[in-house]
Design a protein around this ligand. Structure first.
Ligand code: ADP
Length: 393
C-alpha cells in the first residue's frame, strides 16, 4: 500500500505505450502506476513517476519490483512462464495469473485449449519437422499458415506457405533456430473483428462493443467501432464467446479475443490479456476506457460501463520509411489546424519505420469521410505528407 495515499500500488511489467496509457488512467484513480521499464526511453518510463529499471526476463529484477507493489500486471506477454510461476508460488499477486497468461504467450497451447473447450478456431497442428506441415497441407489443402508458437507480434512470426516447396524452404531453418511452430488452415475470412472484455477476480465481466480491425502487412492500421454491419445477434455471439473464454481461462484484466468473421461464423484467432490496440478507441469513444477498466479489474473494483459514447475510427500512427525533416510539433500544429476534432494520442517514442508512434481517434458517424480523415491524419503525423494533396500554406 502507498502509505501517503492509502491506495494499493499497481505495478506494470513493461514500459511501452500500453503502460503509458494505463498510467494516464491510473492518475484519475488517485494512483501512480509503478512501471518496470527495460530501457530509459521506454514510453511509460518517460511519464510515470515511479519507474524501476530492469529487464522482464531477469527474475531478480522482477522479484525486487514485485516486493514494492500490491498487484503485478503486464504491458506485454514476454515475461518467461517459469518466472511468472515462481513469483506466484512466492506469494506475489499476479493479474492475470501465470495459468491464464500461458494461453496468451503460446499459440499452440491456446489452440489446444480452445479446441478442448469447443471454442471455434481454424484446424491446426504442431510442427516438429517438415513432414508435419506437409501432412497438414495435404489434408487441409495449400496454402497454410505457419506460426511461431511464441514470441511473435504484429505479424512477425506468421508466414503464408503456398506449397510444399515453401514449407521445405522455411521450416528446417526455423526449427534449427529453436522456434516452436504450429501450422493452421488458411481461413477464407470476410474480415477481422475483435471482442474486448474485462473480468475481475470477483468474477464480474464487461464487454465493449465489438470492433472491426483492418491490417496491412500483419500490422493493425485501423479500427472501426462498432464493427459496421454486424448484427445485434452477431455482436452478442462475439461478446458471449469472449466472456466465456475469460471465465474459462480465469483471466483478470482486459482480454482481447481477435476473431475471423467467415461465412460459417466466428473463429478465434488470438488472445491478448492486457489492454490491446483494438481497444484504443475506447479512450474517447466509450464511457470507460480499456485502460481504466484494466486497473479496476486488477484492483478488484466494480467494472465501469462500456456503453458507446460515439462511433469511432482509430488509426495507428506508424513510423515513415524515412523520418520527415518537418519536426513532430510542426506536424501536430498543422494537424490540429486542419482537423480540430482529432483526438491525438502520442507515445513519446523515437521515430522508426513501421513503429507504432501513436494513434488518432475520430468520433462521428462511421462513414467513408470519417475513415478518410482518420487515415489522412495518422499518415500526416508520421510522414508529414497529406495523402490527398492538401496544401498547408
Ligand atoms: P500476431 O501475433 O503477429 O498478431 P496473428 O496470429 O494475429 O499474429 O496473425 C497476424 C495476421 O495474419 C492476422 O491478423 C491475419 O490477418 C493473418 N492470419 C493469421 N492466422 C491466419 C489464418 N489461420 N488464416 C488466414 N489468415 C491468418
Amino acid at each position: 500500500m502507498d502509505t501517503r495515499t492509502g491506495l494499493p500500488v499497481v505495478g506494470m511489467v513493461g514500459g511501452g505505450q500500453l503502460a503509458r496509457m494505463t498510467h494516464q488512467a491510473a492518475i484519475s484513480l488517485g494512483q501512480s502506476l509503478r512501471v518496470l521499464a527495460a530501457g530509459e526511453h521506454d514510453s511509460a518510463g518517460l511519464v510515470a513517476g515511479e519507474v524501476v529499471y530492469g529487464h522482464h526476463t531477469d527474475l531478480e529484477a522482477l522479484r525486487a519490483f514485485a516486493r514494492g507493489v500490491d498487484v503485478l500486471t503486464f504491458d506485454h506477454e514476454h515475461v518467461p512462464g517459469e518466472h511468472l510461476l515462481t513469483l506466484a508460488v512466492e506469494g506475489f499477486v499476479l493479474r492475470p495469473g501465470p495459468e491464464s497468461l500461458a494461453f496468451a504467450q503460446n499459440k499452440l497451447l491456446m489452440r489446444e485449449r480452445m479446441a478442448a473447450h469447443g471454442f471455434p478456431g481454424p484446424a491446426f497442428a504442431e510442427v516438429n519437422d517438415v513432414g508435419d506441415a506437409l501432412k497438414f497441407g495435404e489434408a487441409h489443402s495449400w496454402p497454410v499458415v505457419l506460426k511461431a508458437a511464441s514470441g511473435g507480434y504484429d505479424g512477425k512470426g506468421v508466414w503464408m506457405l503456398d506449397s510444399p516447396e515453401d514449407a521445405g524452404a522455411l521450416i528446417p531453418e526455423l526449427l534449427d533456430a529453436g522456434t516452436p511452430l504450429l501450422v493452421e488452415a488458411k481461413v477464407a475470412m470476410r474480415r477481422e473483428l475483435s471482442a474486448l472484455v474485462a473480468r475481475s477476480p470477483f468474477g464480474q465481466g464487461a464487454a465493449w462493443p465489438v470492433v472491426e480491425t483492418v491490417q496491412s502487412d500483419g500490422i493493425n492500421t485501423e479500427v472501426l467501432a462498432p464493427a459496421p454491419g454486424l448484427t445485434a445477434k452477431q455482436t452478442h455471439e462475439a461478446q458471449e464467446l469472449a466472456l466465456r473464454i475469460a471465465e474459462e481461462l480465469e483471466v483478470v484484466g482486459v482480454l482481447a479475443v481477435e476473431l475471423f468473421e467467415t461465412d460459417g461464423g466466428l473463429l478465434v484467432n488470438e488472445l491478448a490479456m492486457r489492454p490491446h490496440n483494438s481497444g484504443h478507441w475506447t479512450m474517447d469513444g466509450c464511457r470507460t476506457s480499456q485502460f481504466e477498466q484494466h486497473l479496476r479489474a486488477v484492483l478488484d473494483y466494480p467494472l465501469g460501463v462500456t456503453d458507446l459514447l460515439s462511433p469511432t475510427v482509430m488509426a495507428n500512427v506508424l513510423g515513415a520509411p524515412e523520418t520527415p525533416a518537418m519536426r513532430p510539433d510542426e506536424r501536430l500544429h498543422h494537424l490540429f489546424a486542419r482537423f480540430p476534432d482529432a483526438r491525438v494520442h502520442l507515445y513519446g517514442k523515437g521515430e522508426r519505420p513501421g513503429r507504432k508512434l501513436g494513434h488518432v481517434n475520430l468520433l462521428g458517424p462511421l462513414d467513408d469521410d470519417l475513415r478518410r480523415r482518420a487515415r489522412l491524419a495518422a499518415h500526416w503525423l508520421s510522414h508529414a505528407e497529406w495523402l490527398d494533396g492538401h496544401q498547408i500554406h
